[in-house]
Design a binder for this molecule. Structure first.
Ligand SMILES: [Zn+2]
Length: 524
């Protein structure tokens, strides 16, 4: 409770500070200048945040790799950042996904102490923290500096120009606190003189009541500072018709509509439009948090809407955005903020080979300093063959077919696979009988939204599955990011428990997590 109070006190402070920031005057000039000084920024970050900061686990990793600052600087200057990163990777300088989340680092038989805070840049200015939920891991949060949030708005300005949506009426469909996404987006747009018209959020449950109060308090804080943020319109569970009504009304006035949402919510809106027969054609959805599957795209086409994915990782910021010419789950990679190398590896949950991306933070405003951090995301790096606003800035590499292979991402939520496995393989069999392999969590693409199925082998499934569902949801709440997942699954009715044999991979393995859409995608 006290921890939560301190968390929201910090949020109110940094949110107030963010709301007061002046907007970026010239987005193109800012990005061009940052890009031009890419090598210099990276070396500055490493000099102050690693070589001058023995508390960073990277200090130990680089010492073990026998790489001094002079060695690194000369490698970067002569061969470039990405070449240097490949060499560092080979020498053991990298973070696995668990290590990014603070797990101890073991290299060459030595254990290096590590926490989430240890990779924070000591000179970072601090800022609004991202989601913190789950009692077992309370306090593990990723702050994003206000300076970096402001910098990232430059990308969004260019996206609007690229999509021809600068005069569109805007709305957001993201949830209220504890996730700060929508609140920060609305505040940013208000600062930039283009306030968001509507904020639709699901959040009808009684448990969300304290969050509604805090959300209202922060909106009041912004309004006192002269920034217009709409009060959230709370949607009753599973009812997206108010969003459709609103869009149809704007369409009748002949105005364009741009909505920020995750892919599942986007498809729910399109399905509601199809059911009601209302016209939402021309609506632009800018989505994030999960890939947009072919089934979801087909529905969007049917109602005449378009969607453009954003690729955002809380520890890294905006990795890339789609443009009007990219297709599928592809984005322009913003090489002024991160460096990327890739390696081929087997995705354990999908039993398939992937091109895993390793990220390094290089933006001077970055809050955390990570080198070769594996986020368990797959993509191909290809050169853009079209012309667009992003290409003209120098962002000519496309991350093609981005998707996650180590975690559940439905509804824009992220649950680490490793936490889930302990629940599926150890705690569920202990509580309800059976062995590892009898319980499997399947993420698949339903008709209208991403769905999650808990499959329980009929050998062990009780006649009444509801106590099992209650236990499962209770345990999920305790995970990092779990409270929000649990709430979303309940509100959108997207989690089902079924007595059915878990799926096997083509090699005959039964994996505790089965990401159906990914498996199909890689095999296709
Ligand atoms: Zn483009």
């Amino acid at each position: 409770m006290l921890k939560e109070a301190a968390y929201y006190a910090r949020m109110a402070f940094y949110f107030g500070q963010f709301v007061r920031l002046a907007p970026v005057a010239d987005a193109r000039a800012l990005i061009a200048e940052t890009l031009q000084r890419r090598d210099e920024h990276f070396l500055d970050l490493v000099r102050t945040g690693v070589y001058g900061n023995p508390n960073s686990p990277l200090y130990d990793l680089l010492t073990m790799a026998d790489c001094g600052f002079g060695d690194l600087a000369s490698l970067v200057t002569t061969r470039g950042i990405e070449h240097a990163l490949e060499r560092l990777y080979d020498a053991g300088v990298y973070f696995s996904h668990a290590e990014v989340k603070g797990a101890p680092i073991v290299r060459r038989g030595r254990t290096i102490a590590n926490t989430v805070g240890a990779t924070r840049h000591p000179q970072s200015s601090g800022g609004i923290e991202s989601i913190s939920s789950g009692s077992r891991s309370a306090g593990i949060t990723t702050p994003g500096s206000n300076a970096y949030r402001r910098y990232r708005e430059a990308y969004e300005s260019i996206l609007l120009a690229e999509l021809g949506a600068e005069d569109s009426i805007t709305a957001t469909l993201h949830s209220i606190l504890p996730a700060p996404t929508a609140l920060v987006y609305c505040a940013g747009e208000a600062r930039r003189g283009r306030p968001v018209s509507r904020w639709f959020a699901s959040g009808g449950s009684r448990r969300a009541a304290p969050y509604r109060v805090i959300t209202r308090a922060l909106i009041a804080e912004a309004r006192l500072l002269g920034r217009q943020i709409p009060q959230p319109t709370l949607l009753a569970d599973n009812d997206f018709s108010p969003v459709v009504e609103w869009i149809a009304g704007i369409r009748r006035e002949g105005r364009g509509v741009l909505i920020r949402a995750n892919a599942s919510t986007t498809t729910r809106v399109c399905a509601a439009a199809r059911e009601s027969g209302r016209d939402i054609s021309g609506t632009v959805f800018v989505t994030s948090g999960e890939p947009v599957s072919d089934a979801k795209r087909a529905l969007l086409r049917e109602v005449g809407a378009r969607c453009y994915p954003r690729y955002v990782i809380s520890e890294l910021g905006t990795v890339g955005l789609a443009c009007s010419k990219t297709s599928g789950n592809s984005v322009h990679w913003f090489c002024d903020s991160t460096a990327v190398i890739a390696r081929r590896r087997t995705a354990s949950f999908a039993d398939a080979e992937v091109n895993s991306l390793l990220f390094t933070t290089i933006n001077p405003h970055a809050t955390r300093l990570l080198i070769n951090a594996e986020m368990e995301d797959h993509a191909w790096l290809v050169r853009a063959t079209h012309d667009c606003e992003f290409c003209r800035l120098g962002f000519t590499t496309i991350l093609e077919d981005v998707h996650s292979f180590g975690k559940l991402t439905g509804h824009g939520l992220t649950l680490a696979g490793s936490d889930m496995i302990a629940l599926l393989e150890e705690r569920l069999p202990k509580a309800f009988g059976g062995v590892p392999g009898d319980y499997q969590l399947v993420e698949c693409d339903g008709d209208r939204q991403s769905e999650v199925q808990l499959r329980v082998s009929p050998r062990v499934a009780p006649a009444d599955l509801s106590p099992l569902l209650t236990y499962f949801l209770h345990e999920v709440r305790a995970m990092y990011g779990g409270a929000l997942s649990e709430r979303t699954w309940v509100q959108t009715s997207s989690l089902k428990v079924v007595a059915a044999e878990p799926y096997r991979t083509r090699n005959g393995k039964t994996l505790p997590l089965h990401l159906a859409s990914l498996t199909e995608r890689i095999r296709a």
